[in-house]
Ligand binder design. Structure first.
Ligand code: NI
Length: 201
């Protein structure tokens, strides 16, 4: 999910700045990844669950944070950088916040969602410069694993609830434009398909 209220200048480029002093090799190993853009077919893949939270998964998470902060965006699913694993990174801290708040959700799954709904204007790093109002359940309970492989459950509302649902949708090959009217969806897909063809020429 893209936060278009937050200008790039307010975003630290690296979520792991504190490590810079003693782990230069580690920082050097981090990599910006290319973000897949609509209509890339890989965005429609259903991602595989993570079987074991190992070094490869932690490296993927580091790369996702670097890519997400660089974009800048407030949420990213692994499939958006071409890795079909059920891994989500997020940071909903506001531009006036001095501390970053990196969140990781591995194998996130909605256990319960409220009947009450909330509408947010959503965007997506895979559909740049396009925004649309999406109505979703206002509250959700989500289970997930952390970077140590430990299981957690959270109840979320507000922006976190919307963002979790948006990113979990990505792990199932669903995009926020799928929640818009067919007319709007077809229009944006057509626009991005044309742009991709032009770029390939
Ligand atoms: Ni998105």
């Amino acid at each position: 999910m893209k936060n278009h209220f937050c200008p790039p200048s307010s975003v630290l480029r690296c979520p792991l700045d504190i490590d810079r002093f003693d782990a230069t090799a580690y920082i050097a190993a981090m990599a910006l990844r290319e973000i897949l853009i609509l209509p890339d077919k890989r965005l429609r893949l259903k991602s595989e669950p993570v079987k074991r939270v190992d070094a490869a998964v932690r490296k993927l998470v580091e790369d996702m944070f670097e890519t997400m902060y660089d974009a800048p965006g407030i949420g990213l699913a692994a499939i958006q950088v071409g890795t079909p694993k059920r891994v989500v990174t997020m940071d909903l801290s506001k531009k006036e916040d001095t501390e970053k708040n990196p969140l990781v959700f591995i194998n996130p799954e909605v256990l319960w969602s409220s009947e009450e709904t909330a509408t947010y204007e959503e965007g997506c790093l895979s559909i740049p410069e396009y925004y649309g109002d999406v109505e979703r359940p206002a509250q959700v309970r989500v289970k997930y694993l952390d970077l140590e492989g430990k299981a957690h459950e959270i109840e979320a509302n507000g922006l976190l609830a919307t963002c979790l649902q948006h990113e979990i949708d990505h792990t199932n090959g669903v995009l926020f434009i799928d929640h818009l009217s067919k007319l709007k969806r077809d229009r944006v897909i057509k626009k991005f398909t044309k742009a991709a063809k032009r770029a390939a020429e």
